[in-house]
Write a protein that binds this ligand. Structure first.
Ligand code: NCD
Ligand code: ZN
Length: 345
């Protein structure tokens, strides 16, 4: 039987939500990951170190006994009101690993995000000084810009300038979806990296739209055309350490997804490493999975690589049709369909 043993992965971009969603989300990701960068787009958002520490405790408390190893890595939410003091406080905390920039209105719970980047230049300067990474949702929000072009235009209008204006600022371009983003990151100065989701590697906009709208493939940034998907697949199997694993697993209740105005987000935490393994196997690049999933992100964040391992076995299993998340029903990615790999327990 085909097996693959790799250092335990980490997830460098995940949404765990809060309250009674945590037992589901935390224990799903802890089933395959040692650590995860936890997105701060709660309601209200995680704006300062005190809020991050309280959220961290709620996550730790949700871990089942077999998942006590799991470590949440906290992130602050950048708003127009973020101060230099907020940055200093975050930088001195061993549990806070960056600040997330959401352009206001770009995605779920981003209303409190940033309206004017230039206004925040003193904050970026402080982050550069304290070596605190800036994590970016890289899409413009202008109503006249086509949703499929929003990532590219963000690079042209904002990202290029930002990485030039702050040459020492470490930047993660989150959940990249286009050839343009792959090229930008590959050619950027040192200290610029990107996360790539499993769903953007596995699917494109045909999966979302051909034959009917499939709301469980709707996420932001939206799935792009297959040539962009192809660029992402080439990037992750290139062995370039600037590209590393970030699932962007983002649960929304079934009713909120299957709606006249459905929420954006794909839930992959239950099977993320198996999904990535499928991609690397199909590309004939399984030996490159470990760097992408388990080494490059830790190196970027200046954290030790994990010493434990997990073993993946080439054996299919069917994903449940539905999960429960608190009082709600959740439809996971691949619901009722096969996965080709499983984790040996
Ligand atoms: C995320 C969410 O639901 O919080 N949704 C998504 O489609 N990815 C927000 C985000 O990361 O954009
Ligand atoms: Zn996200």
């Amino acid at each position: 039987m085909k097996t693959l043993t790799i250092a335990k992965p980490d997830d460098w971009h995940i949404h765990l939500r809060d309250g009674n969603a945590l037992p589901r989300t935390v224990n799903d990701v802890a089933g395959w990951a040692q650590r995860a960068i936890v997105m701060p787009n709660l309601v209200p958002p995680v704006l300062n170190a005190a809020a991050a520490m309280a959220y961290r405790q709620r996550i730790l408390a949700a871990r089942q006994p077999q998942h006590q190893h799991f470590e949440p890595l906290m992130i602050l939410y950048l708003s127009d009101k973020t101060t230099i003091e907020d940055v200093t406080e975050a930088a001195t905390s061993p549990h806070i690993h960056g600040i997330k920039l959401y352009p206001a209105g770009a995605t779920t719970n981003s209303e409190a995000g940033v309206n004017d980047l230039t206004y925040l230049y003193p904050v970026f300067e402080a982050m550069e000084k304290h070596n605190l990474p800036l994590l970016i949702h890289g899409e413009v929000t202008d109503s006249d810009i086509d949703i499929f072009d929003r990532e590219k235009i963000f690079i042209d209008r904002f990202l290029s300038k930002l990485v030039t204006d702050f040459p020492g600022l470490r930047v993660v371009f989150e959940h990249i979806t286009t050839t343009d983003a792959v090229e930008f990151v590959a050619e950027a100065r040192d200290g610029v990296a990107a996360t790539v989701t499993a769903h953007h590697l596995l699917y494109n906009r045909n999966d979302l739209l051909v034959g009917g709208v499939r709301p469980h493939y709707f996420c932001l940034p939206i799935l792009k055309r297959n040539s962009h998907q192809e660029s992402l697949r080439k990037a992750v199997i290139s062995g370039n350490p600037r590209f590393f694993l970030g699932t962007d697993s983002a649960p929304h209740a079934k009713a909120a997804k299957e709606s006249a105005c459905g929420c954006a987000g794909c839930y992959t935490a239950h099977a993320a490493i198996e999904l990535y393994a499928e991609v690397f196997e199909a590309e004939g690049a399984l030996p490159l999975l470990e760097g992408f999933a388990s080494h490059f992100g830790a190196d970027f964040y200046d954290l030790p690589r994990n010493t434990e391992t997990i073993t993946l076995v080439k054996e299919s299993r069917t994903v449940s049709d539905t999960f429960t998340m608190g009082d709600e029903t959740l439809i996971p990615l691949r619901a009722g369909e096969l996965l080709n790999w499983r984790i040996r327990q």
